[in-house]
Design a protein around this ligand. Structure first.
Ligand code: FA5
Ligand code: MG
Length: 421
């Protein structure tokens, strides 16, 4: 149901975003805390680690066009339809994406600009931007983050495409001397197929070029990381509506596999819509925060938004240095359990997280559902969440945390008609 996602009880009839006014409607669900991030553009701030990472990657692709100023407001058509998302894809729902109104949203990925850039006749390009998603809350997920899209088109007969064997051999010699171990998988498989309109030989060559390009970027980024433990990287099969075959890359970081990018052979319908004829190519989308967290040893994704000098002063433009955490402040968790409104589905995790984020901003570290059940007699569902509060910059007082928790509870009951247990 559409209205259930609105976490601000009442929207003004118009919202002003980047100097322009937009009308709202019954599906509007952007929160003030999200809107406040739009003008910040930290990926273009001199000295900010995301800006340094952007320019290092751009310098690795010197003959590509570089874009970084595209407007974050796009139509759902651009974000989804041009990329062959099915009509019922969950990403379109108000529980997953931020809408200004039915026909305007915050882009959920930089792929939203593929058709726009391909239509200009660009064959090799990078595009960096802020993207927005309603998502879980923890140390590696944030509702606003940055992606860099990269794409490369070749002639459809694959003539002029580099035969990559020699380059691959050279790269693997370099990798052997470095501190990185990369696990590969087949370029094509029954579960990761060639597109019907593609010659399998050409598609496989494109996939090989894609992997070569990204593996050499990974060597450039992580090759000089000085640590005794080797960095483990693995390619896995993935699924995207707009690529086939598709892949993701994960890096072993702080005891877990952390996904840093998605990529694949561009679906031909996207190139058709862009009026690109006789070409075949690859595209990737990098998660810049995730990569920067590994490179700079930044322990929590919230830090990218910090204006604290103890954070910002540690970075020099163009340099990758190891972040030294200033002391970790105590955390404080609070549980809230409630009965969902009679006869309605349990509150969506993302609705809960967005509400908490809007109340507590960056004072929330993570949110976990710790229990949920349905009462056998009344059929009413119950949920229990644990909210972990911690500031990156200072100690929180008990009163402050209690106030935050009180506001969470008030908003929950006001907006979602739940009954606190
Ligand atoms: C995409 O967004 C695709 N557009 C990537 C792509 C481009 C595929 C071109 C094929 C061709 P995905 O949802 O996996 O894919 O996100 C890409 C990366 O963004 C992830 O690997 C991760 O590094 C980062 N990411 C995703 N969600 C978050 C989040 N909430 N916070 C921080 N980083 C995130
Ligand atoms: Mg993914």
């Amino acid at each position: 149901s559409f209205h259930s996602s609105s976490v601000t009880s009442k929207y003004a009839d118009t919202l002003e975003i980047l100097g322009d006014k937009y009308h709202t409607d019954e599906i509007t669900n952007v929160t003030p805390s999200i809107l406040s991030k739009i003008p910040l553009q930290v990926h273009k701030q001199t000295g900010h680690p995301l800006n340094t990472l952007r320019s290092i990657i751009e310098s690795h692709y010197p003959d590509f066009s570089h874009f970084s100023s595209f407007n974050p407001l796009v139509t759902p058509f651009k974000n989804f339809d041009e990329l062959a998302f099915p009509k019922d894809h969950p990403g379109r729902s108000v529980t997953d994406s931020y809408y200004i109104h039915k026909n305007l949203m915050l882009r959920t990925h930089t792929s939203a600009h593929e058709v726009e850039v391909f239509s200009k006749g660009e064959d090799k390009w990078l595009l960096t931007a802020d993207v927005y998603r309603r998502d879980e809350i923890d140390g590696s997920h944030y509702p606003v983050f940055h992606q860099m899209e990269g794409a490369r088109l070749y002639s459809a007969d694959a003539s002029g495409m580099k035969q990559v064997e020699e380059d691959n051999e050279r790269l693997s010699r370099h990798l052997k001397m470095s501190n990185i171990i990369i696990e590969d998988i087949p370029h094509i498989s029954p579960t990761n197929p060639v597109q019907r309109t593609h010659d399998p030989v050409h598609s496989e060559l494109v996939a090989k070029n894609l992997k070569l390009s990204l593996n050499s970027l990974l060597l450039r980024l992580f090759g000089s990381t000085a640590s005794e433990e080797p960095l483990r990287v693995r390619w896995i099969e993935a699924y995207f509506p707009f690529t086939s075959p598709s892949f993701e890359v994960e890096v072993f970081f702080r005891g877990k596999w952390l996904e840093i990018l998605g990529c694949g052979v561009v679906i031909q319908s996207t190139l058709d819509i862009s009026n690109v004829e006789g070409k075949i190519g690859w595209a990737f989308g990098l998660g810049l925060e995730r990569i920067a967290m590994i490179l700079y040893s930044i322990p929590d994704i919230r830090l990218f938004w910090s204006t604290d000098e103890r954070f910002l002063s540690q970075f020099k433009d163009g340099e990758i240095t190891t972040f030294k955490p200033y002391s970790k402040f105590p955390s404080c968790f609070k549980d809230v359990s409630f009965w969902n409104a009679q006869g309605s589905a349990p509150l969506h995790d993302n609705d809960f997280c967005d509400l908490v984020r809007d109340v507590a901003g960056d004072l929330v570290e993570d949110v976990k559902m710790i229990d949920s059940f349905v009462h056998p007699k009344t059929n009413r569902s119950s949920s229990c969440y644990r909210i972990n509060y911690r500031s990156m910059d200072r100690s929180l007082s008990n009163e402050e945390v209690n106030e935050l928790q009180k506001s969470v509870v008030t908003r929950l009951t006001d907006l979602f008609r739940v009954e606190i247990r």
